[in-house]
Design a protein around this ligand. Structure first.
Ligand SMILES: C[S@@+](CC[C@H](N)C(=O)[O-])C[C@H]1O[C@@H](n2cnc3c(N)ncnc32)[C@H](O)[C@@H]1O
Length: 304
């Protein structure tokens, strides 16, 4: 049995209410789902062992998915996200090792087990990773579990990556996944606030990856300015953000896709491709459609 098959069997046996969601994710593109699931689960097995990954990762995914549904229901009732400051999220989530470890393994699995995130994964792979330049120096901002950057390094043996995240859990988990994937010698992870990256050398990155951080910030413009500062002229960035999609640590409420596009344009980034995706099933009578949006950005000023 492949790991992808054993994931489906485990969810069917222990969490049957979550099985339909996984099937929907696989239906996006069965062959791609099998490949992406096998890759992510292979890394998880490298960290937790051939038996241990299921017990560690699948219940975490189920808990994370339930937490997101409850957060969205509270958002529907209240009309705003429940937290509004970075300090609250840092105190209750990012700095709490147990909470954050569970959360990050849950998020890691959503990348291919939520159908709309499976779509985003293919967008990242086919439209961004496939077009990286030669020997790219990549910066990953807020790697969390690290899966996106490790994917880039696995695809591209000539790439190197520097990752910055505020949470000690992220540094530990991303490092363990990089080691499991055999790319640890080409990556460094540092505990650092993404909003302090303005001191990094200007135009030093051939690519930037920043997935699902922007909605966690009080001032998302500062992040986009830092991405623009890091990218070389003509270099590309991958940015993902949440739109009217609540989570305990989402504080900046993007209402429309164009807000993200305009923010990037205001900071000298050309938006060359976008994909906005929503879950197949949402809360009944919902006023908000939770979306996840991926944007491929290009630093203006290309000379060729
Ligand atoms: C939802 S996770 C995203 C993980 C991963 N990039 C992904 O797309 O699945 C959000 C990450 O942002 C990090 N984070 C939150 N605020 C941050 C900040 N100000 N600077 C750096 N990292 C931050 C958290 O520690 C967490 O790892």
């Amino acid at each position: 049995m492949t790991r992808a098959e054993s994931l489906l069997a485990y969810v069917g046996a222990h969490h049957p209410m979550n099985l339909r969601g996984l099937e929907e994710a696989r239906e996006v593109s069965p062959a791609d789902w099998d490949a992406v699931a096998e890759q992510f689960l292979g890394w998880a097995a490298g960290v937790w062992g051939a038996e241990g990954w299921q017990e560690r990762c699948i219940p975490a995914f189920v808990r994370f998915s339930s937490d997101v549904i409850f957060a969205q229901a509270r958002y529907e009732a209240d009309g705003h996200y429940e937290n509004s400051s970075f300090a609250e999220c840092n105190e209750h989530v990012y700095s709490q090792r147990d909470v954050m470890d569970d959360y990050l393994w849950g998020v890691f699995i959503t990348n291919f087990c939520w159908s709309h995130h499976m779509e985003l994964s293919l967008f990242f792979r086919d439209r961004f990773l496939a077009r990286l330049p030669g020997a790219p120096a990549i910066v990953e901002i807020a790697p969390g579990h690290g899966g996106w950057g490790v994917w880039a390094l696995s695809n591209r043996p000539d790439a190197r990556l520097q990752g910055f995240d505020i949470s000690p859990s992220s540094i530990a988990i991303a490092s363990s996944i990089a080691k499991a994937a055999g790319v640890a010698d080409r990556v460094t992870y540092t505990e650092r606030n993404a909003l302090d990256l303005a001191t990094m050398p200007t135009a030093s990155a051939d690519a930037v990856i920043c997935s699902f951080l922007i909605e966690h910030l009080e001032d998302p413009g500062l992040l986009v300015a830092n991405i623009a500062n890091l990218l070389k002229p003509g270099a590309r960035g991958y940015l993902a953000g949440a739109i009217t999609a609540a989570q305990v640590d989402h504080i900046y409420e993007f209402k429309t896709e164009s807000e993200l596009v305009v923010l990037c344009e205001q900071h000298g980034l050309r938006v060359v491709e976008t994909l906005s995706v929503a879950p197949k099933r949402t809360l009944r009578k919902a006023q908000y459609l939770p979306r996840s949006m991926g944007l491929i950005l290009e630093k203006a000023g290309r000379t060729t």
